[in-house]
Unconditional design. Structure first.
Length: 94
């Protein structure tokens, strides 16, 4: 077996980026609504702002979401990787 450490580290980063139920909720939310600020995400999911900001930051680092500046707000959208992961989650839903 050819062990490519970079590949496994990448897969670990993606997995960690989505390994929390709140992050999975954010994936579903961004898929349906798209272009949301942290404030909107936190209000919609009934969580505090700091918590939502930390989750979106980890998801950004993992490459699951991207950020775009819109005036004074930062809006979050799913990346193609985030959409693929969401598709996988939907395929294993009960």
């Amino acid at each position: 077996m050819n062990i490519d450490k970079k590949k496994f580290r990448y897969l670990e980063r993606v997995t960690r980026g989505s390994s929390h139920n709140r992050r999975i909720q954010i994936l579903y939310l961004l898929n349906t609504k798209g272009n949301l600020s942290v404030e909107t995400i936190s209000n919609t999911l009934h969580t505090n702002y700091k918590n939502a900001a930390q989750h979106t930051q980890r998801m950004f680092i993992a490459g699951l979401i991207e950020k775009t500046q819109s005036g004074r707000s930062v809006l979050h959208t799913l990346t193609p990787l985030g959409k693929s992961l969401l598709s996988f989650y939907r395929s294993i839903e009960r």
